[in-house]
Design a binder for this molecule. Structure first.
Ligand code: AMP
Ligand code: MN
Ligand code: MN
Ligand code: MN
Length: 277
């Protein structure tokens, strides 16, 4: 079993990296990548927890990217965590995230929530605040009945607490991941609600920038969606990745490593990592 996309409490997940490794061992996962949003701070603990255990762990990150007017997520897998350019880029993304969080916090006043930034820092336990932390406050303070409603009413484009973010662009994300020795993957391609022609344009731009892989399986998917992703993989000659996008037992519909298997016709990205061993 393989899971190349999950989150720890270093971003918007609930568990520590070592708790994730324990969960992965219990589930029989052999290959696990930690892919926190715009941070690699969890990787040291990940490796420490996996040391001498029956699991291989992979360095990962999920970079937030601005492409046209969309927020797109690009995974960097098997990256060198000590790469200087990567670390500089992460620093800039974190600054972006904090600036955005302060702006969201201001807007949340108009939604009847005060001190949202400070509250979000308490929930997160760090300053890399994401929208889920704000969604949690909205739920806790009775402004929304659940996280999905909090997003829909307040935090997505066109709603009162949405802030467009100056994330890095696609080319920069790709260059940095590739220079850090990693593989770039378009995360959950069907989550952006792009028209098919926009999605194909995104894939073309991604390939032009040196990208090679796409998440054919991400979290909970229908057979129809998996088939479409297989078709896209073939059409654009892409390698395939697979991950649960697990955040916590309550936030995620499927558990760590429990996403469906890759269609047999796909070429798994991780086969690349076995070469020469
Ligand atoms: P951010 O990087 O701060 O913009 O937050 C994005 C994160 O919010 C995603 O990685 C998901 O974990 C979560 N998210 C995005 N959309 C929704 C939604 N509609 N309902 C619940 N969580 C969401
Ligand atoms: Mn997330
Ligand atoms: Mn994502
Ligand atoms: Mn994710």
């Amino acid at each position: 079993m393989i899971d190349l996309h999950c989150h720890s409490h270093f971003s918007d997940g609930a568990l520590s990296p070592s708790a994730l490794v324990q969960k992965a061992l219990d589930a029989g996962i052999q290959l696990l990548a930690l892919t926190d949003h715009d941070t690699i701070d969890g990787l040291t603990d990940l490796h420490a927890a996996a040391h001498q255990q029956a699991i291989r762990v992979i360095n990962g990150i999920e970079l937030s990217v601005r492409w046209k007017k969309y927020d797109i997520h690009i995974l960097g897998l098997n990256i060198n965590a000590y790469d200087e350019q990567l670390n500089a880029l992460i620093k800039r993304q974190n600054e972006c995230r904090i600036t955005r969080a302060l702006q969201i916090s201001e807007l949340m006043k108009t939604c009847g929530v005060v001190d949202a930034y400070e509250k979000a820092c308490v929930i997160a336990g760090h300053r890399r605040i994401g929208r889920p932390h704000f969604a949690q406050i909205l739920v806790d303070e009775g402004k929304a009945k659940d996280m999905t409603t909090a997003f829909k009413r307040f935090l997505v484009q066109g709603r009162p607490a949405y802030v467009p973010t100056q994330w890095i662009n696609l080319e920069e994300a790709l260059t940095t991941i590739l220079n850090a020795g990693g593989d770039a993957v378009i995360a959950h391609p069907l989550k952006y609600k792009l028209t098919r022609s926009k999605l194909y344009k995104l894939i073309t731009d991604f390939k032009t920038a040196g990208g090679e892989a796409i998440e054919v399986i991400s979290g909970d998917m229908t057979k129809l969606q998996i088939n479409e992703m297989l078709g896209i993989c073939m059409r654009f000659n892409l390698l395939a990745s697979s991950g649960s996008d697990y955040h916590s037992d309550t936030a995620s519909r499927i558990k760590l490593g429990r996403q469906q298997p890759l269609p047999l016709d796909c070429i798994p990205l991780w086969h690349k990592w076995n070469e020469g061993q």
